[in-house]
Design a protein. Structure first.
Length: 293
């Protein structure tokens, strides 16, 4: 097991998954504290890296496209303090961080985890029910319905209709944009058969955000809803193409599996000779493959 403990948080890897626990330091963002501990399966990872600096460094995880509803709903727009897949590392812990990176990379290589996109979410998204107040309203989600309520700062034209309840079955999309410069951000829900280009300030299906402390928490609502919508990769697929393929012939499948195991043995031998795998790691991995053969 590989583990690194910092003020910013604790990352642990047991060979099958990474457990990311936010720290209790005052500099840890509100979003990361509210999101809590994340368990990232190895199959959701595309890569890991360590960036070293004079004052501090950063461990970064790169997830496969489509694996995490939070990253999809925010479109990669979470700024550095709020990104749960970054960990600030003190210089005196660079050695531990490098070991952590090596362990994760070795596991990715041994399990032959592809770096390409996935067609199903591999992380569950934030727990529900949840409710967040920011900008001109409050957004709540119980797993089936979205509730939007307005405050005294809401534009009169939007507030006049009162609180709004949207059924999850009527939602086709959700997006979160942070405020940037002079432009306000928003949390917006796309309702079936009701497309709109109305600015969030007037859109009854959107909460306008002004760049204050709680704005990033609206990303949790977006992620919780996104996790319960059809995965974008499947939703975009042609229904004809989405039909399951007939199973392949058992003999051909067995031969293909045998060839793949032989290739894996050769790869393990190369990794062992190159010094990437220790004698013990090589022996355990080889025994596991021989049992499958």
């Amino acid at each position: 097991m590989a583990e690194i403990i910092q003020k910013d948080g604790t990352w642990a890897f047991d060979g099958d998954a990474l457990r990311l626990t936010p720290g209790r330091d005052k500099n840890v963002s509100l979003l990361r504290r509210e999101l809590g501990e994340l368990v990232v399966p190895l199959g959701a990872l595309a890569g890991v890296s360590l960036e070293q600096g004079k004052k501090s460094g950063r461990l970064r995880l790169r997830l496969r496209d489509g694996a995490d509803p939070l990253l999809h709903a925010t479109g990669g727009r979470l700024t550095e303090p709020h990104d749960p897949y970054q960990l600030i590392v003190e210089p005196d812990r660079y050695g531990v961080a490098e070991y952590f990176v090596d362990e994760v990379r070795s596991a990715l290589l041994l399990d032959q985890v592809p770096a390409g996109p996935v067609d199903t979410y591999l992380l569950p998204g934030p727990a529900v029910p949840l409710s967040v107040s920011a900008g001109d309203g409050t957004a709540g989600f119980d797993g089936e319905r979205i509730r939007l309520e307005w405050n005294w700062k809401t534009e009169d034209a939007k507030a006049a209709a009162g609180a709004r309840t949207l059924a999850l079955t009527d939602i086709t999309g959700v997006e979160w944009h942070p405020a940037a410069g002079l432009e306000n951000g928003h949390l917006r829900f796309t309702v079936r058969h009701a497309p709109t280009k109305t600015p969030p300030k007037y859109d009854p299906n959107a909460v306008e955000l002004w760049g204050f402390k709680k704005d990033p928490l609206m990303a949790l609502v977006a992620a919780a809803v996104q996790a319960r919508l059809p995965h974008p990769a499947r939703a975009a697929a042609d229904p004809v193409d989405a039909r399951p393929e007939p199973p392949s012939a058992p003999v051909a499948s067995a031969e293909a599996d045998h060839d793949a195991l032989l290739r894996r043995l050769r790869e393990l031998g190369e990794l062992h000779r190159a010094g990437v795998l220790t004698d013990e790691e090589f022996t355990l991995a080889k025994q596991a493959i021989l049992k499958r053969m």
